[in-house]
Structures are given as C-alpha cells and as structure tokens.
Write a protein that binds this ligand. Structure first.
Ligand code: ZN
Length: 96
C-alpha cells in the first residue's frame, strides 16, 4: 500500500515567452530584457513588475542596444532620454 513517489515534474522547455529587442531585433527570453512602457503622459520609462501590455524590450546585457541611434526607430524623439535612462541604470549598480 505504499504509493510510488511521484516523479519530479520535469519543466517543459520550449514554452518560454519570447520578446524581440527593439534595438537589435533579437528574440530572447523575456527575462533577459529591460522593459519600457509608456506612462499616461506618453513618456517612455523603465517598467518594473509583471504587468504586461504595451511595452518595448531592450537587451538587458547589451550596452550596444542602449545607444540612442538604435533606439530611435522605436522611441523616436524620446530616444535620447531612453538611452540615458538605460545607460544610467548600468552605472547605478552598487559596487561590491
Ligand atoms: Zn538587443
């Protein structure tokens, strides 16, 4: 009457939500991106949290994707601001 131990469920691979970087058009797992979204004023800003919806994704680990000229296609006139936000982010990291 011993129940067999249930096997450890193996996570299914192949169903990771993918997003496309607006700068380099690379497709990657969602967790590898920084997400930006538009606020009520129509300004793009970095978004934290799980909320989905209208947003743009930029590679989190690729400073080349934060360059203003690569962001212009997605963010237009706000590209300089978005670029600066992303660049500042990388220097904000606390040093160990
Ligand atoms: Zn990219």
């Amino acid at each position: 009457m011993t129940a067999a131990p249930s096997p450890t469920p193996t996570p299914k691979t192949g169903h990771v939500p993918e997003r496309t970087c607006v700068a380099c058009r690379r497709r990657r797992a969602q967790g590898e991106f920084l997400r930006l979204s538009r606020d009520a004023d129509g300004r793009w800003r970095e978004q934290e949290g799980p909320r989905t919806g209208r947003g743009a994704y930029v590679c989190a680990d690729s400073p080349a994707c934060w360059a203003e000229k690569r962001l212009r296609r997605a963010f237009g006139a706000q590209a300089p601001v978005v670029s600066q936000t992303l660049l500042n982010r990388s220097t904000d990291l606390p040093r160990a």
